[in-house]
Write a protein that binds this ligand. Structure first.
Ligand code: ATP
Length: 247
């Protein structure tokens, strides 16, 4: 792996409930400053791959049984999700997962629980509001009464409160109107360019993901079947035929 490789997933297998082999040797790399996308249909293994990296499989009765995962050259398979957050790796889970009974601002503040400096937390909160003006407008609203788009933004904003260098973003477009999906992806691009956050995202919306990503990996049945720079994948005839209608 070269020196600017942030994440190196090397031949991982994942088994759920001790029997169900779901990832059958997945390898991918994400370079510093990249937006990389894992694409593919329902059940292909995108979420499982992200969970393997952020070590969130255990709660799902899943485990990595083969292969290795490195963050900037250091093995991380045995680090807890909290340790990974300390090292700058945070996952935004599918389905948004805001606390419904908390306000938007309270939700954002839950992302800062490990941080000590009040001044840094306040500055980070202002930064989140600068990227997500909608969240500032809705800061005192209970999350349950905000829109799907606002809840997705809240989930990303909360992850930003950990001051990450790598964000794993699971299906950010899920359940959102196309215009809102575009708004979310524009902010992802902004965070990538201005805050230098590296992204690994999972998406069924191939079209939108390849518009914003630098590099794409296409998954089918627990394997990566194709990969390439996003612009090439978008023009690839097989990708057009099988994936670009999706999402
Ligand atoms: P989706 O977009 O539907 O989330 P995905 O590509 O993210 O799809 P995964 O969620 O990673 O796919 O699922 C991959 C496979 O693993 C599927 O066959 C799914 O049924 C199975 N699977 C996922 N979670 C579990 C679990 N906790 N226990 C058993 N099998 C699981």
């Amino acid at each position: 792996s070269t020196s600017n490789t942030v994440l190196n997933v090397n031949g991982i297998e994942v088994i759920y409930n001790h029997v169900i082999l779901v990832l059958k040797g997945v390898s991918l790399t994400v370079s510093e400053g990249q937006i990389a996308a894992i694409l593919g249909g329902n059940g292909a293994g995108k979420t499982t791959t992200l969970r393997a990296v952020s070590n969130l499989l255990r709660g799902e009765r899943g485990e990595v049984t083969k292969g290795s995962i490195e963050l900037r050259g250091e093995r991380i398979e045995n680090l807890s999700p909290a340790d990974l957050v300390q090292r700058g790796v945070v996952q935004v889970m599918e389905g948004r997962h805001c606390f419904a009974h908390l306000t938007i601002e309270e939700n954002l503040m839950t992302g800062a629980y490990t941080r000590k400096s009040k001044a840094e937390i306040a500055a980070n909160l202002e930064k989140v509001y600068a990227y997500f003006p909608r969240l500032k407008t809705r800061r005192t609203s209970q999350a349950a009464y905000t829109s799907g788009g606002e809840q997705q933004m809240c989930a990303i904003g909360r992850a930003l409160m950990t001051n990450p260098s790598v964000m794993l973003l699971d299906e950010p477009s899920m359940g959102l109107a196309p215009q809102i999906v575009e708004e979310v992806f524009e902010i992802v691009k902004d965070l990538n360019q201005k805050e230098k956050v590296t992204f690994l995202l999972a998406e069924q919306n191939t079209n939108m993901a390849l518009k914003y990503a630098d590099y794409g990996y296409i998954m089918e049945s627990g394997r990566i079947v194709m990969d390439g720079v996003a612009s090439e994948l978008r023009n690839n005839e097989d990708v057009k035929e099988f994936y670009l209608g999706m999402g």
